[in-house]
Design a protein around this ligand. Structure first.
Ligand SMILES: NC(=O)c1ccc[n+]([C@@H]2O[C@H](COP(=O)([O-])OP(=O)(O)OC[C@H]3O[C@@H](n4cnc5c(N)ncnc54)[C@H](O)[C@@H]3O)[C@@H](O)[C@H]2O)c1
Ligand SMILES: [Zn+2]
Length: 360
């Protein structure tokens, strides 16, 4: 078991990564009652293991349908009503067992139910284990506006069981691995080089490798959010690849790409943008491209209109005062956050990657 520690103004908390991680719930005492929020399919597959590992026999989870549409105020209201019906009070504990959707929804409900109760993240996707479960950001969507309403509210702990990843469909699995690649670009040559040796042919059932991968990639997020809990500045680096990525997701109505896949394309584009802006050596750029490409196939960019995608860039939530803060890789382990890139370079980077005329 690996133990990482997140520093937070509301109290430090542990991220435990390893087989049997859920067992840490056995030691959490002092709650009047405990609840689990999860999805039906996930519970059918992993509920028995969860009950065994935690000793919570007979636990009856609160279930929400899988999928992004569950991250809604309506669903948050339903979960809160269910908690109330079952007698949850201010000293109850909620465990969010699932991917980023269950984690964001569960965290949001926990941080607002009776003005806030404790919650534990038990992430079950690669994305959730390396990224969304750490840092205390919770949210629901309003119509198409992702994460419009949310809170900063750290969990009591994060328990990442790598064995649970075995049931992930290949695309969902790879989508999370792209976020791990992002963390490796931010972290430096040690993690990047290690991933270069592991990523090709990696499958969801390779539990020991995944335990190391999750722990090392999660450490990057832990370090960033421990230094910048409320996204005052440094935390922006986590947005690497996301400016183009969000635009790609939006331009395709969130249907063509999984989030990590859009981010993967976004990382390729921003790598090209960094080269065109003269801040990245093309040999290092090629290394980034190779690692992203090694994860697996990406849905094509075919038919995407340049004007549409570029028009969506500025609407990114992370834009400050109408300026996009680009996160440009300058090397492995070094990024520059800057609004100073030319529109022409932004357009060329998109075009070059779409047409595959660069590094493909
Ligand atoms: N809070 C944050 O800091 C933060 C950061 C990044 C992303 N997010 C949010 O995370 C969400 C995306 O998370 P996600 O990619 O985990 O999506 P998700 O929660 O929808 O999970 C993806 C799919 O995998 C299924 N699934 C989950 N675990 C499984 C398992 N072990 N085996 C088989 N199937 C499983 C789910 O049912 C779902 O269909 C988005 O809503 C995004 O906004 C939040
Ligand atoms: Zn992301």
């Amino acid at each position: 078991m690996r133990r990482l520690q997140v520093k937070s103004s509301a109290g430090n908390y542990d991220v435990k990564v390893g087989c049997g991680a859920w067992g840490a719930l056995r030691k959490l005492k002092g709650y009047t009652s405990t609840f689990v929020l999860t999805e039906p399919g996930l519970w059918a597959q992993w509920g028995t293991k969860f009950a065994e590992d935690t000793g919570w026999s007979g636990v009856r989870p609160i279930l929400v349908p899988s999928g992004e549409t569950s991250k809604s105020l309506t669903m948050a209201g339903r979960v809160a009503a269910e908690l109330l019906n079952r007698g949850a009070d201010r000293r109850s504990l909620l465990v969010a067992l699932g991917g980023g959707v269950v984690g964001d929804l569960g965290g949001f409900v926990a941080s607002t139910y009776m003005r806030g109760i404790d919650y534990v993240q038990a992430p079950t996707t690669v994305l959730a284990q390396v990224d969304s479960s750490i840092g205390g950001k919770t949210a629901v969507n309003i119509h198409a506006m992702k994460n419009l309403i949310g809170t900063f509210s750290p969990p009591r702990m994060v328990l990442s069981e790598p064995a649970v990843l075995a049931s992930l469909p290949p695309r969902a699995f790879q989508s999370g691995i792209y976020e791990a690649v992002k963390h490796a670009i931010l972290a430096g040559p040690a993690l990047f080089g290690w991933l270069e040796g592991k990523v090709a042919g990696l499958t969801p059932g390779q539990t020991p490798v995944l335990e190391t991968l999750v722990a090392r990639a999660a450490q990057v997020k832990v370090d960033v959010v421990s230094r910048d809990e409320r996204e005052a500045g440094l935390r922006r680096v986590l947005n690497l690849g996301h400016t183009y990525g969000h635009a790609l997701e939006e331009a395709t109505g969130y249907r063509r790409f999984l989030h990590g896949e859009a981010v993967a394309w976004g990382m390729l584009m921003v790598t090209r943008l960094a080269e065109l802006s003269g801040v990245l050596d093309s040999r290092v750029g090629s290394r980034i491209v190779r690692l992203v490409r090694a994860v697996g196939p990406l849905p094509a960019l075919r038919g995407l209109k340049e004007e549409k995608v570029l028009g969506l860039l500025i609407r990114d939530k992370k834009a400050v005062g109408g300026k996009i803060h680009w996160v440009l890789p300058e090397g492995i382990g070094k990024v520059r956050v800057t609004p100073d890139v030319t529109d022409a370079a932004v357009a060329s980077a998109f075009r070059d990657v779409q047409r595959g005329v660069w590094n493909d």
